[in-house]
Design a protein around this ligand. Structure first.
Ligand code: GTP
Ligand code: MG
Length: 323
């Protein structure tokens, strides 16, 4: 039996000072966290969520209190995952059961957040901004103040406004943006990532929301109601998907979605379907086109209108619809 000799070790090379050791750069740690988007009604929270995600998920409208529930949107990139919560506009006074539920959605999302985006319009801080900042400071929630809609003001007025917010919390980062033009959102994303904990991703790469297409379909109808009808109707309408059947390529060539729009009283039903249902037809067509864009396929949409008296104060109804 012969013994194999281990080959002689090559002489160790001394690293010369002029030749620095080549090291593989270590990738930065993966960051992941929950970010609550909050602020008074109509400041552009849902528009901001869509801009940050780069796709339409949340419904938006020029009327306050468009968003009724919290909506989760996931942004996954190499190195980070941000889970956003779009919340209803913060109200100090609630009038009915729906308002109280909307407020509790804001509070839940605020308490569970790793980071809060407090969205404001380019105006001096009011009662709501002061109240929210107070709670966020008490809860020690890291906060970025997002000054949205800066496309509507003269750049020179920005600094004095920012100073007013800094007087409330001198350590807070303030980021001016225009959500509608996706201007400033890249910097905002960078600042958020820096403030998130080191954590692994919790959602799959292709998961954008926790909500079903069924829910998104009902929201897209509600968006058109908010955009089409006057002051009272949008607040007194609720939307529920009754049927959602996917195309099977044989007897059903398009997805079939049947939606019921609930109103508070009979007179509102008459407004919605009055004069041959003209306005509702427009709502239905616009909602269908949006659904086709968001879902990426053809849809057959049917919309019915029903009366449910005082639904805003009916806990069973609110539970059923999911508000
Ligand atoms: N000019 C301008 N308008 C904006 C901007 N962002 C949002 N808006 C408009 O502001 C209105 C309200 O936007 P939303 O995103 O629905 O606001 P919100 O804060 O989610 O509102 P609620 O859900 O009702 O609390 C819409 O008409 C948007 O088009 C912006 O950067 N610039
Ligand atoms: Mg909203």
């Amino acid at each position: 039996m012969t013994e194999e000799k281990a080959p002689a070790k090559p002489p160790r090379k001394k690293a010369s000072p002029s030749e620095p050791k080549k090291r593989q750069p270590k990738p930065p740690p993966h960051r992941m966290g929950f970010v609550t988007i909050m602020g008074r009604p109509n400041v552009g929270k849902s528009t901001l969520l869509n801009a940050l995600l780069g796709q339409k998920l949340a419904i938006t409208s020029p009327k306050p209190q468009t968003t009724r529930q919290q909506l989760l949107g996931v942004l996954t990139h190499e190195g980070y995952q941000i889970v956003f919560w779009d919340t209803p506009g913060y109200m100090r006074r609630t009038r009915d059961a729906l308002d109280r539920r909307m407020l509790s959605h804001v509070q839940e999302a605020m308490l569970a957040a790793d980071l809060a985006l407090l969205v404001v319009e380019p105006k001096p801080p009011g009662d709501i901004e002061k109240a929210l900042l107070k709670v966020l400071t008490q809860e020690k929630t890291p906060t970025i103040l997002v000054m949205n809609k800066v496309d509507t003001i003269d750049k020179l007025s920005l600094l004095p406004l920012m100073e007013k917010y800094l007087a409330l919390n001198p350590d807070m980062e303030i980021v001016p943006i225009s959500a509608i033009q996706s201007d400033g959102t890249e910097l905002l994303t960078k600042l958020m990532v820096e403030r998130l904990p080191q954590r692994e991703a919790e959602y799959d790469e292709d998961e954008v929301t926790d909500r079903s297409e069924r829910y998104l379909a009902s929201e897209l109808v509600r968006e058109q109601l908010f955009r089409t009808f006057g002051q009272e109707i949008p607040y007194d309408t609720a939307v529920e998907v009754e049927e959602f059947q996917e195309a099977d390529g044989v007897s059903r060539l398009k997805d079939y979605i049947q939606v019921v729009v609930y109103v508070n009283k009979a007179s509102q039903r008459r407004i919605l379907i009055g004069k041959g249902g003209g306005a509702m037809k427009d709502v239905s067509t616009a909602a269908r086109l949006q659904m086709e864009e968001v879902f990426g396929r053809e849809i057959f949409l049917e919309v019915w209108v029903q009366v449910w008296n005082e639904w805003r104060n009916d806990p069973i109804f609110l539970e059923d619809v999911g508000y």
